[in-house]
Design a binder for this molecule. Structure first.
Ligand SMILES: C[S@@+](CC[C@H](N)C(=O)[O-])C[C@H]1O[C@@H](n2cnc3c(N)ncnc32)[C@H](O)[C@@H]1O
Length: 233
C-alpha cells in the first residue's frame, strides 16, 4: 500500500485523535506508526509473529502505541472495546472469512468501523496454487461474497474503493528493487527465500495487471446489537 492509501482508508473509517484503533496482523507496524504520527489516534497492534512484534515495538519508541503477540481469531480485546479495527494486506491469509468477520464484529463497539484491504478474486486454481509460494496463506475472495459475509455478522459495508492501480505500482516497484538487490538478499537470507520473494511479487504484479486479482479498500460499520436502534424520547 502507499502511505497515502493507508491514510485515506483510516480517514474514511473516521480515525482521529480520539479513536481507539486495533491493528490486526500489524506486521512490523509501519502503517500503524504512520497513523499514530499523522492522526494522533491511540493504537494497539497485534501479530502472530513474535519477531515482527519485537521490531514494531523497537521502531515505535516514543509513540503512544502498544503491541502484543497474538493469533487471530479471536481478537485480543473485550467485547465492544474498539472504535476501529484495521486489517491491512492480510484478509487473504484467512481461509475462513466468516470466523474472521465474527471476531471483528465482537470487538467493535456499535457504530465502530472495520477498515481493511481486500485481495479480491475467485479462489486460486490448482495450477495457480502450485506457482504461488506459501499458497496456504493465499485465499482471495470475490467482493460480493466478502461483503455478504460481513453483513451476516452485522457489519454493513459503507465504502468500497478499487485501489488495484496503486497496489500494482507498489508491487512493480518492489519487484524491480528486489531483482536489483537479488545477490545481497540471497547472501543474507538464502536462495529459497529469494526465489520465493521474487516469484510471489511477479505473480501479484501479473495478476493485478491482468485483473485476475483486484485490491479494494473497504470500510464496514458495526450495526446496533440485535438490530435494535436507540430512540430518543
Ligand atoms: C502481509 S503482512 C501485513 C502486515 C501489515 N498489516 C502491513 O500492512 O504492513 C501479514 C502479517 O499477518 C500476520 N498474520 C497472518 N495470519 C495471522 C493470524 N491468524 N493472526 C495474527 N497475525 C497473522 C503475519 O505474521 C504477517 O506479519
Amino acid at each position: 500500500m502507499t502511505a497515502e492509501g493507508i491514510l485515506a482508508l483510516a480517514r474514511s473509517a473516521g480515525v482521529g485523535a480520539d479513536t481507539r484503533v486495533l491493528d490486526v496482523c500489524c506486521g512490523t507496524g509501519g502503517a500503524g506508526r504512520h497513523l499514530v504520527r499523522t492522526l494522533g489516534c491511540s493504537y494497539h497492534g497485534v501479530d502472530a509473529d513474535a519477531e515482527a512484534v519485537a521490531s514494531a515495538r523497537h521502531h515505535a519508541v516514543g509513540l503512544s502505541s502498544t503491541y502484543a503477540v497474538h493469533t487471530v481469531p479471536p481478537l485480543p480485546v473485550g467485547e465492544a472495546d474498539v472504535d476501529v479495527v484495521l486489517l491491512l494486506e492480510t484478509v487473504l491469509a484467512f481461509p475462513d472469512k466468516h470466523a474472521l468477520a465474527s471476531a471483528v464484529a465482537v470487538a467493535l463497539r456499535p457504530g465502530g468501523r472495520f477498515a481493511c484491504t481486500l485481495e479480491e478474486g475467485t479462489p486460486l486454481t490448482p495450477v495457480e496454487r502450485e506457482a504461488m509460494p506459501a499458497a496456504d496463506t493465499v485465499w482471495p475472495v470475490p467482493l460480493a461474497e466478502f461483503v455478504s459475509t460481513l453483513a451476516d455478522v452485522g457489519l454493513a459495508t459503507v465504502s468500497v474503493q478499487d485501489d488495484t492501480a496503486s497496489h500494482l505500482r507498489v508491487a512493480t516497484a518492489l519487484l524491480t528493487q528486489f531483482t536489483a538487490a537479488r545477490d545481497r538478499i540471497e547472501a543474507a537470507l538464502g536462495a529459497t527465500f529469494t526465489d520465493d520473494l521474487l516469484a510471489s511479487h511477479r505473480l501479484w504484479r501479473d495478476w493485478m495487471a491482468s485483473g485476475r486479482i483486484r485490491k479494494f479498500a473497504l470500510v464496514s460499520e458495526r450495526e446496533p446489537i440485535d438490530g435494535v436502534l436507540e430512540v430518543a424520547d
